[in-house]
Every structure is written in structure tokens, then in C-alpha cells.
Design a protein around this ligand. Structure first.
Ligand SMILES: Nc1ncnc2c1ncn2[C@@H]1O[C@H](COP(=O)(O)OP(=O)(O)OP(=O)(O)O)[C@@H](O)[C@H]1O
Ligand SMILES: [Mg+2]
Length: 264
């Protein structure tokens, strides 16, 4: 039988043990005791080589190298962090059980993107979600934590409450917490550039609301510094040859950079 299992219901664990062999998806919803749950399979966390190279050249926090972990280390890291978040009062799913091959989470509602990426979303609704997201992220940072994958898709919404999910990314322990929090904030802003709403988002409002709640006032300077580095990159990216060389994930920075340039 499986080692290091925390499942109380062994029968359910056995059923899932077979199901994960048949289900090709890495994460899928299922049911347990009449309730919806999420099953996440073990998989390794690997740093992208391209990110490592770009980070060495440009030192842009968002390209910070993630810590390589094997599948079992990743499960331990993510489930421990979910538990830690909950003890600190940061909303995140309860763990129904974990072993070395998979873990099961209670359902925490729908992914926030399914609300904010709607074309016909009203301004009122958009800022309802954005304000909640900002306070959730600021709460994580005020508890001296970081999310690690703070894109909108890694938060869910249920009954007026935002939850953090997908906490698998870790970083070298020597990296300053403020850098990881800044990275969170940039990932969060970047993910908001992808809305399909009929109106422009007020990034100045979003940035200052977060800063007032988190007291991370120096993030304005960091954002401006990042935008300076980006301006160098933008000119590089306009050179056809280099444009081909830059990955898609790097190109998307330019969109946010244009917004940051206009920050007052
Ligand atoms: N506890 C949960 N409650 C509700 N939805 C969840 C839960 N866990 C996962 N999901 C859904 O499954 C999706 C994928 O989960 P998760 O982000 O943990 O996996 P991932 O494979 O690491 O994703 P990514 O594509 O961000 O790397 C989420 O975006 C969300 O829609
Ligand atoms: Mg995710």
C-alpha cells in the first residue's frame, strides 16, 4: 500500500488509486460523500531553462527560477502550504487526503477567470471581483507569505469568498520574501491584462489599492524599474530576429509594460 498516506477512508483512496491510472488529466473533479472534490496527481515542478537564461540577463523578478522538485516533493510542498495558509486565516481548500501519488481537495467554487474573462461583464461586477482578489492577495502578503502562482486563474470564488489554489511553486530559500511578493503582484497584474471586457481596466487604481492594503509602498519603484528594463527589452523585441527568439511568455510582458509606463 501507499506510504505517507493521510487518507482516513482507505476504500475511497483505493478507488482513486485506480482512477488516476485511467484518467489522463493531471487534475480532475470527482465526487466524495455527495460533494464535489478535486483530485490532483503528483507531478514534478521544473524550472524553465529559458526563464533561467532571461533572469540571468535581465533580472526581472517574474523570470525567477522556480525550485526543481520531484513529484512527491511537489505534493508535500503544496499540501503543507495549503494547510499553513488555512491556519493563518488565508482561505484555501481543505485537504481530504494525500498520498505520494495524488491529493484530494474540497471544491472551492469556480475559477475567478470564469467570471472576469466574460465579454459582457459589467464594471461593477469586475471591480467586485478585483477588489476581493486584491484584498486576498494583500492578506497573503500581510501574513508574510507568497502565493507563487498569483495569476487570476489560481484563485477561486465561492459565495462571496476568494480562495487560493495551486500553491506548488517554490523558490530557493535565500530569495527575499519581498521579491517573491513582488513577483506575485506582477503575475497578478499580467493575468488581468487578458480580460475581454468592453472597458479598459484602471491599473492605477488596482496598483494603489493593493499597495495601500499591503503597505508594500516600494513596489511602485520596483514596477518603474521593471518598466525601464522592459523598455530596453521592447526595443530588442522589435528587432525581427530577437522577436523570434523571445518566448510567448516574455512577449506578454510588453502589454503590461505599456500600462506601467503611463503610471502616475
Ligand atoms: N479546490 C478547488 N476548487 C475549485 N476548483 C479547483 C480546485 N482545485 C483546482 N480547481 C480547478 O482546476 C484548475 C487547475 O487546478 P490547479 O491550478 O491546481 O492545477 P495546475 O495544473 O497547477 O494549473 P496551472 O495550469 O495553473 O499550472 C483550476 O484553475 C480550477 O479551475
Ligand atoms: Mg493553476
Amino acid at each position: 500500500m501507499n506510504n505517507n498516506s493521510t487518507f482516513i477512508d482507505k476504500e475511497y483512496e483505493n478507488i482513486l488509486q485506480n482512477e488516476i491510472k485511467e484518467n489522463k488529466k493531471e487534475i480532475f473533479s470527482s465526487r466524495y460523500k455527495e460533494k464535489k472534490v478535486w483530485v490532483k496527481k503528483a507531478r514534478a515542478t521544473l524550472s524553465l531553462k529559458s526563464h533561467r537564461i532571461y533572469y540571468k540577463i535581465f533580472s526581472i523578478e517574474i523570470l525567477l527560477e522556480v525550485e526543481n522538485k520531484n513529484a512527491r516533493q511537489t505534493i508535500l510542498y503544496e499540501t503543507n502550504k495549503l494547510n499553513k495558509f488555512r491556519t493563518l486565516g488565508i482561505n484555501s481548500p481543505k485537504i481530504i487526503g494525500r498520498n505520494e501519488d495524488f491529493f484530494v481537495l474540497e471544491d472551492c467554487g469556480k475559477n475567478i477567470n470564469s467570471y472576469i474573462r466574460k465579454r459582457d461583464i459589467t464594471k461593477n461586477k469586475m471591480y467586485y471581483f478585483i477588489n476581493k482578489l486584491i484584498s486576498h492577495l494583500a492578506n497573503i502578503h500581510n501574513c508574510d507569505q507568497f502565493h507563487g502562482g498569483a495569476q487570476a486563474r489560481n484563485f477561486t470564488y465561492n459565495d462571496g469568498v476568494i480562495f487560493s489554489i495551486d500553491l506548488e511553486e517554490s523558490f530557493n530559500e535565500n530569495i527575499d520574501l519581498k521579491i517573491l511578493q513582488f513577483r506575485d503582484f506582477v503575475l497578478f497584474l499580467l493575468s488581468l491584462t487578458k480580460t475581454r471586457a468592453s472597458f479598459e481596466l484602471d491599473f492605477q487604481y488596482i496598483i494603489y489599492t493593493y499597495i495601500n492594503l499591503s503597505n508594500n509602498h516600494d513596489f511602485i519603484n520596483r514596477l518603474q524599474l521593471m518598466s525601464k528594463k522592459m523598455s530596453f527589452l521592447t526595443s530588442l523585441s522589435e528587432v525581427g530576429f530577437i522577436n523570434k527568439f523571445l518566448g510567448r511568455d516574455v512577449k506578454i510582458f510588453f502589454k503590461l509594460f505599456k500600462i506601467l509606463k503611463d503610471l502616475k
